[in-house]
Design a protein around this ligand. Structure first.
Ligand code: ADP
Ligand code: MG
Length: 251
């Protein structure tokens, strides 16, 4: 199969990007796909939910061309490209550098050649700087994770603009082709009405599965297990299983 490189994006923090990358990554790996998860956020939440100790090298080294392969295998079929605090300075480090929007694309091409990954999941940072642009340039798909509230939805408009700019020159044809509603609480009227609005506005690119608010999803990273192992019967596990089924059909 052709490798799919999927950005999980939203410049708003706390909308479930990292949780989605970690859980989908684990579920796809269990189904036999060879998966690379890429932590692009200097806060390192994804890295810390898989690695107990700080790795000696990170994606920072890959961006600067110091080390070719900083990926680490964490489970059967599952690899991570860890982040580090230094990534917070990457926007500055890259200013003025030629072809700086394509650095991640080159790094990933190299890793895909070497490891033959089926799926690469990019955990985007909560900003719209050069790192997010690098993610969109490298991607075959862009999925936006959003809570059903107005502010994150406003962010979608901005994300669409950035995607449009990238599509014009750096990655022709790229578009936001998936929206994942996260942290859904059906007892909140606001959530129900914004969820309906998202579906009305964006139509079939919105995944049918809503990821419900579920505390087990917040607890499982501390145990270094994915939610389907930590609490197999919880809503969080069921929802991400259902989302994975929807995504597999598209791979
Ligand atoms: N569906 C959910 N239900 C409950 N807590 C969640 C859910 N999704 C994420 N969380 C928690 O909310 C916080 C933010 O989620 P995270 O995935 O880190 O978001 P982001 O990467 O967009 O900043 C984390 O503490 C996470 O464990
Ligand atoms: Mg995150």
């Amino acid at each position: 199969m052709q490798t799919r490189i999927i950005s999980i994006a939203n410049h708003k923090g706390g909308v479930g990007k990292t949780t989605t990358v970690a859980t989908l990554g684990s579920l796809l790996a269990k189904r036999g796909y060879k998966v690379l998860m890429v932590d692009l956020d200097a806060q390192c939440n994804l890295t810390e939910s898989f690695l107990k100790e700080e790795p000696s090298h990170s994606i920072y080294d890959s961006f600067l061309g110091n080390i070719d392969d900083t990926s680490v295998q964490v489970r059967e079929n599952l690899f991570i490209l860890p982040s580090s605090l230094d990534m917070s300075a990457m926007d500055l480090m890259l200013s003025g550098r030629m072809e700086r929007e394509k650095i991640l694309k080159n790094v990933l091409n190299n890793l895909i050649d070497r490891h033959e990954f089926d799926v690469v999941l990019l955990d985007c940072p909560p900003s719209l700087g050069i790192i997010t642009v690098n993610a969109f340039v490298a991607s075959t798909d862009i999925y936006v994770a959003t809570t059903p509230e107005y502010l994150p939805i406003k962010g979608l408009v901005r994300l669409n603009e950035i995607t449009g700019m990238v599509a014009q020159s750096l990655n022709p044809g790229i578009s936001i082709n998936g929206i994942i509603v996260t942290r859904f609480n059906s007892t909140k009227k606001l959530h129900v009405s914004v969820d309906a609005k998202i579906r009305e506005t964006y139509g079939e690119i919105v995944f049918r599965t809503r990821i419900r608010e579920n505390i087990k999803l917040a607890e499982s990273p501390m145990t270094f297990r994915d939610v389907t192992e930590y609490a197999p019967d919880c809503n969080g596990a069921k929802d991400y299983e259902a989302l994975a089924e929807e995504i597999i059909v598209l791979l």
